[in-house]
Design a protein around this ligand. Structure first.
Ligand code: ATP
Length: 248
């Protein structure tokens, strides 16, 4: 039995676990009510993908791990859904690839920023960025544009899970290499990403960490080859194909 009192081989285990964590996130003041809607959209796509990591997503997670290991200043962006779903897993990924963690909210309030930062610290994060907010992403409205100048502002590679399309596009326009985790292969965020990962974040983040641990210590040439061999548009096409032909 697990945290939701269901056997892990239950056919809808992933969706029930995800719902449970999001609900707990709302109760804790971490996840917004809009986050529930984003969750519903993701769940529909996960159902169509058979609640599994398809091979193209695993390849994307491996390429993402290689890209993060090659980065000079990688940052993992965390919003309310991400914090509720995978806080300890984000902390583990940050440690595996030596990345910063930064809180970034679509509906930014100082109270929720603080609650998410505290939640991440409870799960082992030493430093959480995003509260200083002394940098701006151009071409976005005021609150949504806020970042830390020495966090996402200075990053070369950014992981943006469950991100809205405008923000993902604005970050890509700034020249950041974007790794997007999004179950909808048609979303603008996934389409904008250098490395789109079409997988549930609860499977994607631990799998990225496993790949990073396995690739740790590899020659940079090997890592570059893994990144270069990954083609984002092929991965998106493979995900669409899996949805259409019924991966489940
Ligand atoms: P766009 O502007 O790109 O169309 P959007 O308006 O769909 O984005 P949101 O409503 O913020 O943006 O949706 C967040 C995205 O996150 C959705 O595409 C949804 O499929 C995805 N998503 C939700 N839950 C998960 C999850 N657990 N794992 C991965 N992706 C998820």
């Amino acid at each position: 039995m697990s945290e939701i009192d269901l056997p892990e081989d239950h056919p809808r285990y992933a969706s029930l676990l995800t719902r449970h964590r999001i609900e707990a996130g709302v109760e804790k003041g971490i996840t917004s009510k809009q986050g529930l809607i984003a969750q519903g959209r993701g769940e529909a796509f996960d159902y169509l993908l058979g609640e599994q990591t398809i091979p193209s997503a695993d390849a994307a997670e491996r390429a993402a791990a290689a890209q993060l290991l090659l980065a000079d200043h990688p940052v993992l962006s965390v919003n309310g859904n991400v914090a509720a779903l995978v806080a300890p897993e984000i902390v583990a990924l940050a440690a595996a690839v030596d990345a910063d963690i930064e809180v970034n909210l679509f509906n930014r309030t100082e109270k929720r920023m603080e609650a998410i930062a505290a939640h991440l610290r409870e799960h082992g994060a030493d430093e959480v960025k995003g509260l200083t907010a002394d940098g701006r992403i151009p071409n976005l409205s005021h609150e949504r544009a806020k970042v830390d100048a020495d966090g996402i502002g200075a990053a070369d590679v950014v992981v943006v899970p469950l991100e809205d399309g405008d923000r993902a596009e604005a970050l890509a326009d700034l020249g950041k290499t974007e790794i997007v985790i999004d179950l909808n292969p048609l979303s603008r965020s996934a389409q904008t990403a250098a490395i789109p990962i079409v997988d549930n974040i609860i499977r994607a983040v631990p799998n990225m960490t496993a790949h990073a641990e396995e690739l740790h210590g590899s020659e940079s040439e090997t890592l570059h080859t893994i990144v270069d061999q990954f083609v984002g548009s092929d991965a998106l096409a493979a995900a669409e194909e899996a949805i259409r032909t019924g991966a489940q």
